[in-house]
Design a protein around this ligand. Structure first.
Ligand SMILES: Cc1cc2nc3c(=O)[nH]c(=O)nc-3n(C[C@H](O)[C@H](O)[C@H](O)COP(=O)(O)OP(=O)(O)OC[C@H]3O[C@@H](n4cnc5c(N)ncnc54)[C@H](O)[C@@H]3O)c2cc1C
Length: 502
């Protein structure tokens, strides 16, 4: 990669974040560096933008930041569009404040653009995009890189410690942590790279949407997407809402985090940051800087760091190593085998997809979990573990259980479609093998609702939580098993379930 880069970029401090996605040289006639954002929707503290600006400065070319949203990506809904467009609006404002041109496209009837990234990239000297290990971002990046006539670089913006630093040969989370923990402090420093070239004002092959002036509600109402899933009131879109949550974390949540975080009856004991992290409205460095500077006790900070860095970045690492992070075969073989051995067991707790989707099953606690997904677009961690395990008993076979869990999580949760989605669901389908063989689950451990129900006021809380008014969510005729699985090619990809075994 470095042989094509101008002198001065070869020892780029952020180089471990950067991966060449093709063998093309830098374009000689391009008049800008294209920075294509898919999920890291922030204008500050964004390694993708910084990489593009660094490259642009070295080439004496301006950077053009582009973000687009289609109607036809899996699970497109009012909920996701609201969140994404809100993030996009603030992205545009922050880019402008940094001296960068940022253009948007909202694809819709009468305003369609095909192959826009390719067309924007055709006049670029290079394309800088995101290194995302899951969902459509990864596949789209690989497609752009395969077609581009100029160099395409993928930059990791999701993790504090770039996955390349950890290497491809770690086994299990403890091995991962041994490498990850000593690296963290070294990645906490860093400032936004200042462009030394005037903002791009050249021609564009399309008419951008002026996202700050759009009537988002009216625009979304006219789109061909899932209108049965409304925006989340609990998680408003945009940078201001994200930073409010971060301030709340520092002031109110962190001082009691290590104990309160497990109490689902007090959802305010958790940060609620996962939607903003998933869409990159906040990055892990900004969050960890606030946590490090907070006045909370060391044990609370350490617990938070273990969740945000120790778990979240472990699941990113796993996804990067897998051909298809969302596919059932990532679950360790022993767990798939024992579940398959019991696939024909009677399933007295089976539920219909309609009952599950609407949170109207015979299991009040499960319904309480599902109501959070339906209404808030988020679920408390402690409830997610119960929710995920129970799906195995509620569905006719393990394959359907996996597809159902992924479908519900991906469609309803703002933070779904993420490496943490599939990594955590896989953990629910495996974990440590139980000593006893049980019906339906085999040696996969079951999980009860006692950690919530047996708390003071827990039963009453669950009863209320299970009867919240839910949106009239549409129900598909059949479970969309392949709405998104995705297989990928590229260096270091392995289809192995051993990653989960420790
Ligand atoms: C079955 C199941 C499905 C899940 N699906 C998702 C998902 O789709 N997207 C998602 O981001 N997380 C998922 N999680 C992990 C976790 O439940 C959520 O990240 C967490 O509940 C988000 O709430 P919070 O931001 O208040 O978390 P906090 O407790 O405040 O934690 C802070 C941050 O640490 C990270 N984190 C916390 N717990 C985990 C974890 N177990 N794994 C990875 N990262 C973690 C998140 O980024 C979170 O925002 C799932 C867990 C389970 C058991």
């Amino acid at each position: 990669m470095t042989r094509d880069l101008p002198t001065g970029l070869a020892d780029w401090r952020q180089a471990p974040r950067v991966r060449a996605l093709n063998d093309q040289p830098l374009g000689t006639i391009g008049d800008h560096v294209l920075c294509w954002l898919q999920q890291a929707l922030r204008g500050r503290d964004n390694p993708v933008i910084d990489a593009a600006v660094r490259l642009g400065n070295a080439l004496r070319l301006p950077v053009l930041v582009y973000h687009g949203i289609a109607e036809d990506y899996p699970y497109a809904s009012d909920r996701l569009h609201h969140f994404i467009l809100g993030a996009g609006r603030d992205l545009a404002a922050d880019c402008r404040a940094r001296g960068l041109t940022c253009v948007h496209h909202v694809d819709r009837a009468g305003h369609r653009e095909r192959g826009l990234v390719h067309r924007l990239g055709a006049d670029a000297a290079a394309i800088v995009l995101e290194d995302q290990p899951a969902f459509v971002a990864r596949r789209q990046s690989e497609r752009v890189a395969a077609r581009a006539a100029v160099a395409v670089f993928a930059v990791n913006a999701a993790c504090l410690v770039p996955p390349a630093v950890i290497g491809d040969d770690v086994r299990g989370r403890s091995g991962f942590l041994r490498r990850h923990e000593p690296e963290r402090a070294g990645w906490m420093a860093g400032e936004d790279v200042v462009p030394t070239v005037a903002p791009y004002d050249g021609p564009l092959p399309f008419t951008p949407d002026r996202i700050e002036e759009l009537d988002t509600d009216a625009l979304i109402a006219g789109l061909s997407i899932d209108h049965s899933l409304p925006a989340s009131v609990m998680h408003p879109a945009g940078r201001v809402a994200a930073q409010d949550r971060l301030h709340r974390l520092v002031a109110d949540v962190l001082p009691g985090y290590a104990t309160a975080r497990n109490d689902a009856t007090r959802p305010e004991g958790a940060s609620g940051l996962s939607p903003y992290l998933h869409f990159g409205v906040l990055g892990p460095r900004e969050v960890m800087a606030a946590v490090t500077a907070a006045a909370a006790g060391a044990r609370h900070k350490a617990k938070f760091a273990d969740e945000l860095l120790g778990w979240r970045e472990w699941f990113h690492h796993q996804a990067r190593m897998l051909d298809a992070p969302a596919r059932y075969d990532r679950v360790p073989a022993w767990a798939r085998d024992t579940l398959a051995d019991h696939a024909d067991d009677p399933r007295p707790e089976a539920e219909t997809l309609t009952a599950m989707l609407r949170g109207e099953t015979r299991d009040e606690s499960w319904n309480a979990c599902q109501c959070q997904f339906l209404i808030d677009g988020w679920m408390h961690n402690n409830l997610r573990m119960y929710w995920g395990k129970r799906i195995i008993a509620m569905t006719p076979d393990p394959d359907t259980a996996w597809a159902t869990a992924c479908y519900l999580n991906d469609r309803l949760s703002l933070d779904g479609r993420d490496p943490s989605t599939y990594g955590n669901i896989a953990a629910m389908f495996a974990g440590s093998p139980a000593d006893n063989e049980r019906a339906v689950y085999g040696r996969v451990a079951r999980r009860g609702d006692g950690s919530t129900r047996h708390r003071d006021g827990g039963a009453a809380w669950l009863a209320t939580a299970a009867t919240r008014a839910i949106p009239a969510v549409s129900v598909p005729a059949t479970l969309p098993r392949n709405a998104y699985i995705g297989t990928h090619t590229g260096p270091g990809r392995k289809a192995t379930a051993r990653l989960l075994e420790e």
